[in-house]
Design a protein around this ligand. Structure first.
Ligand SMILES: Nc1nc2c(c(=O)[nH]1)N[C@H]1C(S)=C(S)[C@@H](COP(=O)(O)OP(=O)(O)OC[C@H]3O[C@@H](n4cnc5c(=O)[nH]c(N)nc54)[C@H](O)[C@@H]3O)O[C@H]1N2
Ligand SMILES: Nc1nc2c(c(=O)[nH]1)N[C@H]1C(S)=C(S)[C@@H](COP(=O)(O)OP(=O)(O)OC[C@H]3O[C@@H](n4cnc5c(=O)[nH]c(N)nc54)[C@H](O)[C@@H]3O)O[C@H]1N2
Ligand SMILES: [Mo]
Length: 784
């Protein structure tokens, strides 16, 4: 049967999230990955003591896990890693890189796990098998010849605390602070915003807080697809009648209704849990205005209460003792009238007042958010405005309350904790220098956007990638790919083949590593590793499945090999000893960060791990003023580069997001079950009125063009229009296919997170040719 679908199949999905749809989807993926032999056993150990941490999202793992502590998408991620399929030397003999560059993201990874270290041979345009010894020696030699400030060390968020600590130490000992990571494209707006407001860069909410909260605000995060295990604590909260107030331009199914697929009673019964008690379809980028409106209404309720001689709504004692900046914020809020707030948010005053009323009644409020808040030009302001709301009633540093950013990769938060950052001021440089006899450069290094700029202007010459798919995840990919060729060295440590591996630099290496589900033996001894989840919980894990191939090396071993061949004799890091015993790496982490990691070796085995100490949880504020800070934004303008009124009515605001069948650039398949899309990713979700107003009909094909910086042509398509429940003026399409539309400079102020959720675009009618139709679901993808 051909899998080529000439049209997008769109049928609204009527069931709840979870339930039978979820169970069926897990079975399908186990079958497709030919992982039925290994994966089901492994799934029993997922997120359990003496088991492995799910390689999907970073959501907290309970100390007393459910019998099966995984979700549909966690199971997909496990099957994807434990697949029986292999991308070995014979594969690379058959295919040139030019040919592989015509393959889709799905097709590339679908061929299975990488098995051998490879070196690119430009003469035959193929990867050729090499040995580990040759790879380490040659890469080390080349690194020695490059100026360290021209080499970057990128990390995707999966490497363990041990590997991450070694990676940043390797980079710094070599002489480079260029440590961009995936969080530069993700929650950096959160880290910057929270640090300034409350003196910690991470969330304060723990899993336990969910048991005590009496109100949850939920902004711009698609829990049903991207952190489904969180549906369990949400469901529990709903059973206690906790209101959940959601802001999202799309009616995401997981935020509406949920059936626990692990509960036999729920699976056979008609009941599903209503998740959101209020659902506000805010305009893309309209949250700053929406939260301002809620604050305005809370301040008004407070005035009324005081006037009537009732208890104040604001927590006066908390505000006086712990905060500053409320007067300025109050003035700013007063200056914005309801008409303006309604216009910017796309919500009515009544809707925002309804949210404010629930907030004012609740004593323990938490705010949860994701990429819908951070990936905007005003991403940092968004984060700080949510904190402002919480501070009004002392909702930080109190049980059941606080901030809960939902992080992406399994250890992305932990990487930062052990020093993956371009800013040497955020690491204990003196300690590192004293412990390891290295000299850390004082100068700030490059984060992701600066790395891209350096590749474009030729000032970055070497790129090492510890996981990830950099060239596909970054913005402006059509401009970045041609520039990549100017790199003198590209080294990619990976588990599966992806686009970044197919664009060669001068010397190009592909180093295959063990995944985190696999048993990592060094000298015959099984090693354990540790991570930090989204709730600041640190914990030990170990792989449980035999490695995909005996040529694979662990990330720790690869980093040790590279460091040994690159660094001179002065540096006294015992790389070889570390490779053989990861406990020694943890010891070094404890010495470097004693406050967080003391007695790591025992504490990491406690049920549920242990929490890192966070000042804000104890109402100790490590901010510039020593207080928690109400922050006033400069303006409400969600997108300073373009106006959407009057004459430019043809401009839509595009968000690029994930389907239910992908993990970032890893595309498992072409269905987005909850959004009712089947068999394709080449779609553009639009408001029905906009479709008609712009002269189209559902099913029409269009090319999407970026409407800012018109002198640079940025376009993607053709995409097929789906009329969808999304506010007017807004549109949505999938990441990473739409990344060419995001200009590199179009990023959040201060955090530089690409504004992938607010790209002004226009449309042009397109005629799909056969190739376009085939691209929607190409022949390579016809698996099984
Ligand atoms: N299965 C699976 N799990 C994942 C991932 C994956 O790709 N697949 N990725 C992982 C990673 S790295 C991350 S960072 C997280 C990402 O998880 P999310 O933070 O959920 O990221 P997105 O899928 O990009 O979806 C963003 C959500 O924000 C909404 N949104 C967009 N713009 C706005 C806005 O202006 N305002 C509001 N209020 N909402 C908006 C969208 O409708 C969507 O529901 O998930 C992690 N977990
Ligand atoms: N337009 C747009 N762009 C975005 C986003 C968006 O919403 N819209 N989201 C952004 C976000 S939130 C993020 S986090 C980034 C993600 O950017 P990245 O982290 O760079 O991308 P991933 O797709 O997670 O990386 C997938 C690859 O990681 C490798 N891999 C998997 N497991 C392992 C492992 O255990 N070890 C090693 N060494 N390699 C492994 C595999 O080879 C796989 O191909 O993309 C960002 N880009
Ligand atoms: Mo992310």
């Amino acid at each position: 049967m051909s899998l080529i679908h000439p049209t997008a199949h769109f049928k609204p999905y009527l069931s709840a999230a979870g339930g039978w749809g979820s169970a069926r989807s897990v079975m399908q993926v186990l079958w497709r990955e030919q992982a039925l032999a290994t994966a089901p056993l492994a799934l029993f150990k997922q997120n359990k003591p003496k088991g492995f941490a799910c390689v999907s999202c970073a959501w907290g793992k309970p100390g007393n896990p459910h019998a099966l502590e995984f979700c549909e998408n966690g199971a997909k991620a496990t099957a994807w890693e434990l697949t029986r399929l292999r991308t070995g030397p014979e594969f690379f003999e058959r295919h040139t890189l030019s040919e592989l560059r015509t393959w889709t993201d799905h097709a590339l990874e679908q061929h299975g796990r990488l098995t051998h270290p490879m070196r690119y041979d430009p003469t035959s345009d193929r990867y050729r098998t090499t040995t580990w010894a040759e790879a380490y020696a040659a890469i080390g030699q080349q690194l020695k010849g490059l100026p360290p400030e021209q080499v970057v060390f990128y990390a995707s968020g999966r490497a363990s605390l041990e590997a991450s600590f070694m990676y940043q130490l390797f980079a710094r000992a070599y002489g480079s602070n260029n440590l961009p990571d995936s969080s530069n494209m993700c929650h950096e707006s959160t880290s910057v915003g929270l640090q300034e407001s409350i003196g910690v860069p991470v969330g304060t909410v723990t899993l336990e807080d969910f048991e005590h909260t009496d109100c949850i605000f939920f902004f711009g995060q698609n829990v049903g697809s991207n952190s489904p295990r969180m549906l369990h604590p949400l469901q529990e909260a709903r059973k206690r009648k906790v209101p959940i107030i959601t802001f999202n331009p799309l009616r995401e199914r997981g935020l509406e209704r949920f059936v626990n697929p692990q509960s036999p009673m729920e699976m056979i019964g008609p009941e599903s849990t209503v998740i959101s008690t209020q659902y506000h379809q805010v305009k893309i980028g309209g949250d700053l205005a929406a939260v301002t409106g809620i604050i305005k209404a809370v301040l008004e309720l407070d005035r009324q209460a005081r006037a009537a001689g009732q208890p104040a709504v604001l927590d006066d004692a908390f505000i006086a003792e712990h905060t500053d900046g409320l007067d300025a914020l109050r003035q700013w809020v007063d200056e914005h009238d309801w008409t303006c707030l309604e216009q910017h948010s796309g919500l009515t005053r009544g809707a925002l007042e309804a949210a404010a009323t629930v907030y004012a009644r609740s004593n323990r409020v938490m705010v949860i958010w994701g990429m819908g808040m951070t990936q905007h030009r005003k991403g940092v302001d968004n984060v700080q405005m949510m904190v402002n709301l919480l501070l009004l009633r002392g909702n930080i540093g109190k049980r059941g309350a606080g901030v809960c950013p939902v992080r992406g990769h399994s250890n992305v938060q932990g990487q930062r904790t052990v020093g993956i950052t371009e800013d040497p001021q955020k690491v204990p440089v003196d300690t590192l220098q004293a412990l390891f006899n290295i000299r850390v450069p004082a100068q700030k290094g490059r984060a992701t956007v600066e790395t891209c700029e350096g590749i474009l202007d030729g000032s970055v010459k070497g790129f090492i990638g510890l996981g990830g798919n950099f060239l596909r995840a970054i913005p402006d990919t059509d401009r970045m790919e041609p520039a990549w060729a100017s790199l003198e060295l590209s080294v990619q440590v990976a588990t599966k083949l992806n686009r970044t591996h197919l664009v060669p630099g001068g010397q190009t290496w592909l180093l295959p590593c063990l995944g985190h589900i696999e048993i990592d033996r060094q000298d015959g001894r099984e090693q354990v590793y540790s991570t930090e989840d989204s709730t600041g919980c640190l914990r030990a894990w170990q792989g449980t499945t035999e490695p995909a191939h005996d040529m694979l090396r662990s990330e720790v071993a690869i980093l040790a090999g590279l460091a040994e061949h690159t660094l001179d004799g002065d540096c006294n890091v015992p790389w070889d000893a570390w490779r053989h015993d990861y406990a020694l790496v943890r010891q070094a982490i404890s010495q470097t960060y004693p406050e967080i990691f003391h007695d790591m070796e025992t504490r990491m085995w406690q049920p549920g791990g242990f929490h890192r100490p966070l000042g804000a949880c104890k109402r100790e504020w490590h901010t510039d003023t020593g207080t928690a800070r109400f922050m006033t934004p400069a303006s409400l303008e969600e997108n300073p580069d373009v106006t959407f009124d009057g004459e430019r009515r043809e401009v839509l605001q595009l968000m690029t997001l994930r389907s239910n069948d992908q993990f970032n650039t890893t595309v498992y398949g072409y269905d987005d079950r909850f959004r009712g899309v089947k068999g394709t990713r080449s779609v553009l979700f639009m408001n029905r009125d906009d479709v008609v107003r712009l002269g189209y009909a559902p099913g029409d094909w269009v090319t999407v063009r970026t409407a800012i910086e018109p002198e640079v042509r940025r376009e993607v398509g053709p995409l097929q229009i789906i009329a969808y429940d999304i506010p007017q003026g807004c549109a949505a399409a999938y990441y990473p296919e739409c990344n060419p539309l995001v200009p590199l400079w179009h990023h959040a102020e201060r955090s530089k997170v690409p504004a992938s959720k607010s790209v002004p675009v226009t449309l042009q009618r397109a005629q799909p040719n056969r190739a376009d139709l085939a691209r929607a679901v190409p022949e390579h993808d016809q698996v099984m």
